[in-house]
Design a protein around this ligand. Structure first.
Ligand code: ARG
Length: 462
């Protein structure tokens, strides 16, 4: 007997069911159920023998799940019901006692928090590898001159190591964001019931300790409808995927014949089905291509949650697919980015030629004039005139002479020609965080220290 006089319509089942995707919560659901059973035993709802049987049954379910032997049934609406159904098949009606003092509403929120915590940790470990690869690459290319751009126009030269370290800092901030996402999963919803709490004084502190939470949540309504930790993960993931897309986009440009600054390992490139000469940077393109999909998952979950009245509504079941998709995309992209960078080669001569373009020293010429007392704005105009004469006459800046230098104060000319000497521009960027070799050296030390700190903060399973 139950409340319903009719079978569920197959269409209703299809729209209502989440088993096709929420099976990914299974390991967390079993873990949670074991902790819940221990708390039920403390309440006297299960006696010692029953606790033993339930625990053993759950272990068998876990074994079947792990071994791929778990058979999902057609009317398993979701992972929680599938596990309870199987447990009851294995241990009989006792399995039905497990759902005392809980609801799928607090159960699913708890599973999801555990999953988000686990994947936040995974993202941090993947970032750690990527950061290590970047800092090693930067070390090896610390003194290779390279052009740097604004508006994708050559602007000023930097050392390649400096350029690579720019990505280090982006990903270092991402790692911090994933620590914060993990932190947001530390309050445990379990024990909130369907929405109002339970008729039992379940030892929530003990369940929380069992499952690695810091504390139980303080408000049952909030607990069953909160998905902020998933939003925190998705927001960290969106920003990280955006950083990966910038890296990918730059590699696409740099590996083109037009730039010719780098080449990808053959193992991270594909050919064309028609043009035999092609070597395509697909992985780099996909770092770019997958980023909006991760950001869309964040938008999707915000969309699901906005305007939802308290507490649980079935809309919340839509939290999972975008989250899982973002997790899979991000983890793949992080691993692929590290693999691709591991085998990347840079073309020293091409980079150096582009960096040696005298035009990139134009700011330094203006600064040389400033040293001789010319106000910067005026110096900027004077050098702009020199650039124009050079472009018109097809000469380089250092080749300008005679009337072409009209207006340039005599006393500034020698410091201006010094500014045009090879390598001067890069080494003149001496401010902290700048590209002068000594500053890049400092930065490498900061990066290594930051990576060591990150490594030390990663929780390792015993
Ligand atoms: N499959 C559901 C979900 O993912 C579990 C919670 C169901 N709760 C309910 N009141 N029907 O949200």
């Amino acid at each position: 007997m139950n409340r319903f006089g009719e079978e569920q319509d197959p269409l209703f089942r299809r729209i209502n069911s989440s088993i096709s995707f929420d099976w990914r919560l299974a390991e967390f659901d079993v873990e949670q159920s074991k902790a819940h059973a221990r708390a039920l035993a403390k309440l006297g709802v299960l006696d010692d023998a029953e606790l033993g049987e339930v625990t053993e049954g759950l272990d068998r379910v876990a074994g079947e799940l792990e071994g791929g032997r778990f058979e999902f049934a057609d009317d398993d609406e979701d992972v929680h019901m599938a596990i309870e159904r199987r447990l009851t098949e294995l241990i009989g009606p006792l399995g039905g006692k497990l759902h005392t003092a809980r609801s799928r509403n607090d159960q699913v929120a708890t599973d999801l928090a555990l999953l988000v915590r686990s994947h936040s940790a995974r993202a941090i470990v993947l970032l750690e590898t990527l950061l290590g690869t970047l800092v090693d690459l930067a070390e090896r290319h610390r003194d290779w001159p390279a052009p740097a751009y604004t508006h994708l126009q050559r602007a000023q030269p930097v050392y390649l190591g400096h350029h690579l370290l720019a990505y280090f800092w982006m990903f270092q901030r991402d790692a911090r964001r994933f620590f914060r996402a993990a932190e947001a999963t530390m309050e445990m919803p379990a024990g909130s019931g369907a929405l109002a709490g339970l008729n039992w004084d379940l030892d929530r502190e003990a369940i929380a300790a069992d499952l690695g939470f810091e504390r139980p949540t303080s408000n049952s309504l909030d607990a069953v409808s909160n998905r902020d930790f998933a939003l925190d993960y998705l927001s960290a993931a969106s920003i990280c995927a955006m950083h990966l897309s910038r890296l990918g986009a730059e590699i696409v440009l740099w590996s083109s014949q037009e730039f010719g600054f780098c080449q990808l390992p053959d193992s991270f490139a594909s050919g064309s089905s028609i043009m035999p000469q092609k070597k395509n940077p697909d992985a780099a393109e996909l770092l770019r291509g997958k980023a909006p999909r991760v950001a869309a998952s964040l938008a999707s979950l915000i969309g699901t949650m906005h305007a939802l009245p308290l507490a649980y509504s079935k809309d919340l079941q839509e939290d999972k697919e975008p989250l899982f998709d973002a997790i899979d995309s991000l983890e793949l992209c992080l691993a692929a980015a590290a693999g691709m960078l591991d085998g990347i080669g840079f073309n020293r001569d091409r980079l150096a030629d582009a960096a040696a373009d005298e035009m990139l020293a134009a700011t330094d010429l203006a600064d040389a004039l400033v040293q001789e007392g010319v106000p910067f704005r005026e110096a900027h105009g004077l050098v702009g005139g020199l650039v124009r004469s050079a472009l018109e006459s097809g000469k380089s800046l250092s080749e300008l002479s005679g009337a072409e230098l009209d207006g340039v104060p005599e006393n500034a000319r020698s410091s201006m020609s010094r500014a045009l000497e090879a390598g001067r521009t890069i080494e003149s960027k001496v401010s902290a965080g700048g590209t002068a070799a000594s500053r890049v050296g400092e930065q490498l030390e900061q990066a290594r220290a930051s990576l060591t700190e990150l490594t030390g903060a990663i929780p390792r399973d015993s």
